[in-house]
Design a protein around this ligand. Structure first.
Ligand code: ZN
Ligand code: ZN
Length: 367
C-alpha cells in the first residue's frame, strides 16, 4: 500500500495539486513558494517523510530532502503520479534554494510552519526578503477529492467498529485508561495505522473537561462518560465523540444533558450544506443549547475540518467568515460541561454535499 493507491479505493488526485497551488501565487503576491509544512509537502507530492521542503515555482517543483529519503522520496512521488513534475534533490539543508530562486524575486514562505531560525537562514540565502504567506496549501486541502473522502470514510468505519467492539466493557469498574487503550487497540487491529489523536475517555467529573486525559479512575454507575477518538487510514483521519451514562441514561439530569446536546448537534447538522455560512452552523448549536439553559456550558467552537490533520480548515465557529463548500469534511461537535457534575459531547465527521451532508462516522447515538 502506498500513499497514491490503496486497493479498492479511488486514487488520490495528487498530480493536479501543484497547478492548483500555482494558480494562487498571483493573489498571494509570490512567484514561488517554499513549502515547509510536512503535511502540505505530503499533500502536494505524496512524500510522507518527516524531513523535506518543497520548492514550487511556475517551471518546476523540487523536493529538497536528506539522504535518508533518497529511495523513499522518488518511489512515493512516482506512486502518487507526480513523478514527472517533482524532482528530488538530496541536501541536508536549504542551500539549494539559492540556485532554485534564480529568476524569482518574490519567494513565499509558509508563515505557520517556518521557524524563526529557518526564516533568518533563508533570508540570508535569498537576494530578496521572503514574503510571508498564510494557508495557501491549507486552502486547497479544504475540499477533498474522491480518494481523500474514501480514506476518511474508511478511517471513520474503523472507529465505528472499534466502538462496537469495546462498548460491552463500558461498565462500572472499568477505568478510563483501560477503555482508551481498548479503543486504540481495536482501531489498530481493525486496520488503522494509528489513532488520529490521543483518545479521550472521560468519566464522572472528568467528563466536564473537554480535553481530559484518561486516568485510573474506574467508571461508576451514574457517571457521564465522553469518548472522543478517531483512526488514521492511509494518512487520513476521522473524529467522533459519543457520550453515555453508565448503567443507562435513566431520566435524571444526565439524561437531560445527553438529549439537550444531541438536539444541539442535530440543529447544527441540519444546516450543513454547500453555501451555508460556517458561523450559522455554530449559531444553530449555540441557540439550541441557549434554549436549554446550557449556553454558558458550551465553551468551545462547533467544529473543524478533518483530513491529513485532525484539525484543519475550515473552523466551524462563531467568528468564521466563510461558507461551507461541497467536498469539505468537517465535524459538528457541540458540548455542554458542568464543572463538578459532568459533561456531554456529540461529534460526527461529515462530508458536505451540494444539498446537505453525509455522515462518515455512523455509530448510534442513544442519549
Ligand atoms: Zn473529537
Ligand atoms: Zn473534533
Amino acid at each position: 500500500m502506498t500513499n497514491g493507491t490503496v486497493d479498492g479505493l479511488p486514487p488520490l488526485a495528487v498530480a493536479d495539486r501543484l497547478d492548483a497551488l500555482r494558480a494562487l501565487f498571483d493573489d498571494a503576491g509570490v512567484d514561488a513558494l517554499l513549502v515547509t509544512g510536512t503535511t502540505n509537502v505530503r499533500y502536494l507530492t505524496g512524500f510522507t517523510g518527516s524531513a523535506g521542503n518543497l520548492w514550487v515555482d511556475d517551471r518546476q517543483a523540487v523536493l529538497i530532502t536528506d539522504g535518508r529519503y533518497s529511495e523513499q522520496a522518488p518511489t512515493q512521488i512516482a506512486d502518487a503520479g507526480t513523478a514527472v513534475d517533482v524532482e528530488v534533490f538530496a541536501s541536508s539543508d536549504q542551500s539549494p534554494v539559492t540556485a532554485l530562486a534564480d529568476g524569482s524575486t518574490r519567494i513565499g514562505l509558509e508563515a505557520r510552519s517556518v521557524t524563526w531560525s529557518e526564516q533568518q537562514r533563508l533570508a540570508k540565502l535569498l537576494d530578496d526578503d521572503p514574503v510571508a504567506t498564510d494557508g495557501l496549501v491549507e486552502a486547497l486541502r479544504e475540499v477533498k477529492d474522491d480518494g481523500e473522502v474514501a480514506r476518511i470514510t474508511t478511517a471513520a468505519a474503523i472507529a465505528d467498529r472499534a466502538l462496537a467492539e469495546v462498548q460491552p466493557t463500558m461498565v462500572a469498574g472499568t477505568t478510563e485508561a483501560d477503555l482508551a487503550l481498548a479503543l486504540d487497540h481495536a482501531m489498530r487491529t481493525g486496520g488503522a495505522s494509528d489513532r488520529a489523536f490521543e483518545t479521550i475517555v472521560a468519566a464522572g467529573p472528568n467528563s466536564a473537561l473537554p480535553h481530559a486525559r484518561p486516568g485510573s479512575r474506574p467508571l461508576a454507575d451514574g457517571d457521564l462518560v465522553v469518548c472522543d477518538f478517531g483512526a488514521v487510514f492511509d494518512g487520513y483521519r476521522s473524529d467522533m465523540t459519543r457520550s453515555f451514562r453508565v448503567g443507562g441514561s435513566g431520566s435524571g439530569r444526565e439524561a437531560d444533558l445527553l438529549s439537550a446536546v444531541l438536539d444541539a448537534q442535530e440543529a447544527g447538522l441540519a444546516l450543513v450544506a454547500d453555501g451555508v455560512p460556517l458561523a450559522e452552523v455554530d449559531a444553530a448549536c449555540r441557540t439550541s443549547l441557549d434554549a436549554a439553559g446550557l449556553g454558558e456550558a458550551f465553551i468551545h467552537g462547533t467544529g473543524h475540518g478533518v483530513g491529513l490533520d485532525i484539525h484543519e480548515a475550515p473552523a466551524v465557529s462563531a467568528t468564521a467568515t466563510g461558507t461551507l463548500r461541497a467536498g469539505q469534511v468537517v465535524t459538528v461537535e457541540p458540548g455542554a460541561y458542568l464543572g463538578g457534575f459532568g459533561g456531554v459531547r456529540w461529534e460526527d465527521t461529515v462530508l458536505v454535499t451540494t444539498d446537505g451532508h453525509r455522515a462518515l462516522t455512523r455509530s448510534p447515538k442513544d442519549p
